[in-house]
Design a protein around this ligand. Structure first.
Ligand SMILES: [Mg+2]
Ligand SMILES: [Zn+2]
Length: 165
């Protein structure tokens, strides 16, 4: 049987609610970044399959003045360390730091972050899969013409990856 992964070269991941537990008050410090069970090993599975994995995440707490870019990058490093402990890595991370009122091109549901990733890895949208936990993630995927999976209470990154293997 052919693996469904044979048709995918690039997996784009939302961060909050996919890799780590989300918070209505934003993730503002490295210690607030807490991985969802199984999510890091799921990324390791994708690494093992040979697909590229990149993060596309809105972090408007920067634009809202709740967090500095320096802190966002510290959280990024915390995440990378946690991934490495599970034998996993991200091939790239793309963040939108803007305020919702900034009218930037990168804040999801706008397609800017996904377009940057797709251009960087030179993968056709139809061979790209976006996994997020909000309607805005699916809308961003639709805007660039890539596939999308929306996680909910029943499905996690871990269960989605296991199902497709
Ligand atoms: Mg999310
Ligand atoms: Zn932006």
């Amino acid at each position: 049987m052919q693996s469904p992964w044979n048709s995918i070269d690039l997996v784009l991941l939302d961060r909050d609610g996919v890799l780590n537990h989300d918070s209505p008050n934003f993730i503002l410090t490295p210690t607030q970044w807490q991985p969802i069970a199984g999510s890091l090993c799921a990324v390791a599975s994708l690494n093992d399959l040979g697909v590229k994995v990149a993060l596309c995440s809105n972090q408007s707490a920067v634009g809202r003045g709740l967090m500095t870019m320096t802190t966002l990058l510290q959280i990024d490093q915390t995440m990378r360390n946690a991934l490495a402990s599970s034998g996993a890595h991200l091939d790239a991370t793309y963040y939108c730091p803007h305020h919702p009122n900034d009218q930037c091109r990168c804040r999801k549901p706008r397609p800017g972050l996904l377009q940057r990733a797709i251009a960087h890895f030179a993968v056709p949208p139809e061979r790209t899969l976006f996994i997020g936990d909000r309607d805005t993630d699916v809308a961003a995927a639709d805007a660039v013409g890539c596939r999308a999976i929306r996680l909910d209470g029943e499905t996690t990154l871990s269960t989605v990856i296991a199902r497709k293997r």
